[in-house]
Design a binder for this molecule. Structure first.
Ligand code: SF4
Length: 143
């Protein structure tokens, strides 16, 4: 039987979905997508946010953008959409962008917009973990 694809952060696959409208392609991930072994997904765009958008960080369990607007609902919606997609394709694993407030796994920024890192998960990564997924970041992959 064919192995289920993994879910990957869309920006790592070369999609223009980062908050600043940029991409951050990772060679291994682009290759996995081109071979049909990975499906790109951006929880922030699927949660209803535009690109470009103000950067967001997690503060006291909520997602706040750099203008002080609460974006928690959009982040939750995007994470739920990603879980739905992952289940549809039978995936059990994801490779997500390090330190993003959606995709980060094990480490995120502290909500002060000062590039200060703290232990924690982004909303999408956390929801996938709670549902038994194995999560890695692009920093865990070979270049
Ligand atoms: Fe990339 Fe995830 Fe941010 Fe979307 S939410 S731009 S996939 S890190």
């Amino acid at each position: 039987m064919k192995e289920a694809p993994i879910i990957v952060s869309a920006c790592l696959a070369g999609m223009y979905c980062r908050y600043n409208g940029d991409i951050q392609p990772h060679e291994t991930i682009v290759e996995l997508v081109s071979q049909g072994q990975a499906i790109p997904f951006c929880p922030e765009v699927h949660g209803g946010l535009s690109t470009p958008r103000a950067p967001c960080e997690i503060r006291e369990g909520k997602v706040i953008d750099s203008d002080g607007i609460d974006r928690t609902e959009a982040f939750q919606r995007g994470a739920e959409q990603g879980l739905r997609l992952a289940r549809l394709v039978g995936s059990r694993e994801a490779v997500l962008k390090a330190r993003s407030p959606s995709c980060g796994s094990g480490e995120v920024y502290d909500g002060t917009f000062t590039s200060t890192r703290i232990p924690g998960d982004g909303f999408f990564a956390r929801l996938l973990k709670e549902n038994g997924f194995t999560i890695r970041t692009e920093e865990d992959l070979p270049e």
